[in-house]
Design a protein around this ligand. Structure first.
Ligand code: GSH
Length: 223
């Protein structure tokens, strides 16, 4: 494969949704060229990037000669369907539904409340101050993770990982929220099952390599 036949990933060092794709690419050992979209600088709203993703959000994943794929969960499922090993979804329909359900709690009901465009709207249009944003961020991250903890702690399908003893999309989505919790220094007590699973995930090379602090553009303080 020559360098310009690698897939391309548009992302940002701190982006939770980009992290998900990075972990899956690492697990599947797919090499990509990553381009930084500087979200703090507003590059997600540049016309050149809006042409790639009209939502103005990363990640976007582009294979040579193909249109962009956006939405991290869609990209994860695409990668899982096209590169079979290691499988990131359980073999049974009920297991897949449980994994998608845990993933959705994190990616549909938690992360979207915390993204920069929501912050910008609350601060610039509604007048929320920094302290209010911090309360908002802490509240929605805590309630999201506590709800996931309540499930993981008592559901019999929880194992070494969120679902059994193999990494699934649910673990990738869980870690994608805890990594940004750590970037923002938010402390959430009493999530021991999550803490245990994340400790195991973070010992795996694909999760280690995807960490925000290891990405191009990460400030020194995050490293
Ligand atoms: N549901 C989308 C979320 C994408 C998203 O919101 N990405 C954030 C970074 S984690 C972003 O690019 N935000 C730009 C903004 O909010 O202005 C996905 O999973 O891909």
């Amino acid at each position: 494969m020559t360098e310009n036949s690698y897939p391309e990933l548009y992302g940002f060092w701190r982006s939770s949704a980009t992290y998900r794709v990075r972990v899956a690419l690492g697990l599947k050992q797919i090499q990509t060229i990553e381009h930084t979209i500087d979200i703090d600088g507003g590059a997600q709203r540049d016309p050149a990037f809006i042409a790639i993703n009209p939502l103005g959000a990363v990640p976007a994943f582009i294979e040579p000669g193909q249109p962009a794929l956006t939405q991290s969960l869609a990209i994860l499922e695409y990668l899982d369907e096209t590169v079979s090993e290691p499988a990131l979804m359980p073999a049974d329909a009920r297991g897949r539904a449980r994994v998608r359900s845990i993933a959705a709690m994190l990616t549909s009901d938690t992360h979207p409340l915390l993204v920069p465009r929501v912050k910008r709207y609350l601060k610039e249009d509604i007048g929320m101050d920094d302290a209010g944003w911090r309360r908002w961020q802490t509240h929605w991250m805590s309630t999201g993770l506590e709800a996931v903890e309540a499930r993981l702690a008592c559901e019999p399908d929880t194992g070494t990982f969120c679902h059994g003893d193999h990494v699934t999309i649910a673990d990738i989505c869980l870690a994608s929220v805890t990594v940004v919790r750590d970037v923002f220094g938010i402390k959430i007590a009493n999530i021991p099952t999550i803490d245990r699973i994340i400790q195991t995930c973070e010992s795996l090379p694909a999760f280690m390599a995807a960490k925000p602090s290891r990405q191009t553009g990460a400030p020194q303080a995050a490293r």
